[in-house]
Design a protein around this ligand. Structure first.
Ligand SMILES: [Zn+2]
Length: 286
């Protein structure tokens, strides 16, 4: 263990619980969620307050040993991680945490998923676009069964065309996540933001690359791990990367202003430690 890792361990920085959406999951994915430093959430924890996803007064219950992926809103069924996304989006877009969603007119918002509690709140708003990844046999921008297909590593959007990109535990599911970040930089307007969550381990200095493509074939550097995928419930989706401290530096080298937020907003149903969410902003002068 290096000096930096030791120092971080001493500080007891919490590792967020990893992604847990739906079955199937692998044992390797489960082991990724075990943290030597994560602190358990008090058993039977009940929170109440304004839910940033639905904007209503609600109770938040059912927190598990993976608090990031649990604690359902009594109104919209959102869980902790979805509220973290909604909270930071509302804050950075100048919206209050309560009430229905009203973005300033003309804003173009792109969500990299077409399911979930936050999508249900935003779907139909003017300027809202959403997509899924359906496989490399499709071209970005193509419609597949009524949903738009986009490969984040080769987006169909024009340069400088989006105000806000949202991705929630998506960037770990592709072989070249920084190619995707560079694409997002290209399509964001100057001053636009990418607000996102990823499996992130602050005890890692470098990203842990778990799989990569060599001569067109997937080479596994770690045990295969799959996360549940609402779009392909029978298959799951491969985890290519667990991100470490170097992620922020790499985002900055792409031109972003990169910020890590550690939220603790219990009156909005958000609990930490480890409620980490990231913002990559294209500078207004870019
Ligand atoms: Zn809610």
């Amino acid at each position: 263990m290096g000096i930096v890792e030791r120092a971080l361990r001493k500080l007891r920085l919490a590792v967020p619980g990893w992604h847990r959406r739906h079955a199937p999951r692998t044992a390797a994915a489960d082991s990724l969620e075990q943290s030597p430093v994560a602190e358990p959430v008090e058993e039977g924890l009940v929170l109440s307050g304004v839910c940033p996803v639905c904007g209503m007064n609600a109770r938040f219950t059912g927190f598990t040993d993976n608090p990031r992926e649990s604690g359902r809103c009594s109104n919209c069924q959102s869980f902790n991680r979805q509220r973290q996304m909604a909270y930071l989006i509302r804050q950075q877009c100048g919206l209050s945490q309560g009430g229905s969603w009203h973005f300033p007119s003309g804003l173009v918002i792109y969500n990299t998923e077409t399911t979930g509690a936050l999508h249900l709140q935003l779907n139909g708003l003017p300027g809202y676009v959403c997509s899924e990844y359906f496989g490399d046999e499709y071209r970005s921008g193509e419609m597949v069964d009524g949903r738009r297909h986009e490969d984040l590593q080769a987006l169909s959007f024009a340069d400088n065309s989006l105000d806000l990109v949202m991705s929630s535990d998506v960037m770990e599911h592709m072989p070249e996540p920084y190619a995707a970040h560079a694409e997002i930089f290209r399509v964001l307007k100057p001053g636009g933001r990418h607000i996102f969550t990823v499996p992130y381990n602050p005890l890692l200095v470098e990203d842990q690359v778990r799989a990569k493509i060599v001569d067109g074939e997937i080479v596994y550097l770690e045990e295969k791990a799959f996360h549940g995928d609402p779009v392909r419930p029978d298959e799951g989706v491969l985890v290519w990367t667990i991100f470490g401290l170097s992620m922020l530096a790499r985002l900055r080298s792409l031109g972003f202003e990169a910020t890590e937020w550690d939220l603790d907003e219990s009156t909005h149903g958000i609990v930490g430690p480890g409620a980490l969410i990231f913002e990559a902003r294209k500078p207004p002068s870019a």
